[in-house]
Ligand binder design. Sequence first.
Ligand code: GSH
Length: 225
Amino acid sequence: MAVKLIGAWPSHYAMRARMALNLKSVDYEYQEEDFMNKSELLLKSNPVYKKVPVLIHDDKSICESMIIVSYIDEVWTDGPSLLPSDPHERAVARFWAHYVDDKWLPALVEMAKAQTDEAKAEATEKVLEGLKHFEEAFEKCSKGKPFFNGENIGYLDVAIGCYMGAIKMLELMMGGFKLLNEDKTPLLAAWAERFCSSEAVKGVIPEAERLLELAKARSAPQPAH
Ligand code: GSH
């Protein structure tokens, strides 16, 4: 079965797909995409959004990171399940994964781009509110086990966990201010340590310094053409 992933190293969405493939021990070919010069394969495989990640499995393409994670879970059933077997628990995992992209990510982006102290403080509040939600969700979903998904990393772990590099980058930007605070969100802080040091994740999340360099380069004024 030929498996190929089109991604980009700083893309949190692509990280989700890479983590899910690693968790299921799937061998795959990886294509790094250049957004300034998108490949024919990307344009053909995701003609609607033209975005990464795209998983190509036996010449069929699957787009959208969390749809890809679900697909991987359904196709490679040998490895540990990424979604809970209980329908309500599955619905809860999907709810929080939706919240991550719908509400929490925009707050992270706002925080990274804020130009004034007031805007930064407002965005930071929203990010912290999200982390508080995740702390409560972790307590309920994990039921005392190491991950949101229980014994193994799963769907909601990768949905939230892909942003751990961004969190560390924001902490660097803020001169060491702790977003993931052991006092305020102790369960989540311990989960993040476990998640980032797991085999399937190590090497997928880039170093905070590298992300910061990229963020600075992107916000720097571009030379006139
Ligand atoms: N909702 C999509 C998902 O979950 O996969 C978002 C994918 C996305 O925004 N990908 C970005 C991309 O391909 C990289 S992080 N950007 C290229 C562009 O917008 O031209």
